[in-house]
Design a protein around this ligand. Sequence first.
Ligand code: TYD
Length: 206
Amino acid sequence: MTGLFITFEGGDGVGKTTQAALLQDWLEQTGHTVVRTREPGGTEVGVLIRDIVLHHRGEVSPRAEALLYAADRAHHVASVVRPALERGDVVIQDRYLDSSVAYQGAGRVLDPDEVRRLSLWATGDLLPDVTILLDLDHEAARARLDADDKPFDRLESEQAAFHDRVRDAFLALAAAEPDRFVVVDASQDAADIAASIRRHVGSRLA
Ligand code: TYD
């Protein structure tokens, strides 16, 4: 595969969507073909799965939730991500398997290694070339979400302790794979964050 697979990770409200859009603009201006997508919900099937995992009102058992995210991912990689990478495009994706390890693992019920293996099986072992982790403490992220005025989905409504575990899990993943991850302090100005992301991505493209 000749394309470049870039994922954005981090807790809710850290600014992934804004930064993914800024990176897309920059890459397109410099002549790259970009596919910007997200999980869950990057395909038609994925939109249906997204509705279950984020908006279903009753309990979803932890293994079922992990399988739903993995099912979304399997279909998304097969129908969107791999074909784009095979064409030589740059794929910018909001969330990928690290979100499953951090979120489904942070519920403490599932073993993070098992969650990771499930995603690797689902995707035929596709790992990103670059993963940008936007790191922000829970209070600051929460303040941004409050300012957004959108109702909270199931995962955003979890307790602060859960979000602290998610953040720690992401940082541990980044420490374990320093070649793939770039950790960016998401409390900076959006323009400064974008500049730092451009530096890292630019050096990967060079
Ligand atoms: P996201 O699309 O970033 O939310 P929003 O559109 O509100 O910004 O993510 C939706 C939620 O799904 C988020 O709380 C994290 C969670 N999630 C998991 O728990 N596991 C996963 O594998 C993925 C991809 C997301």
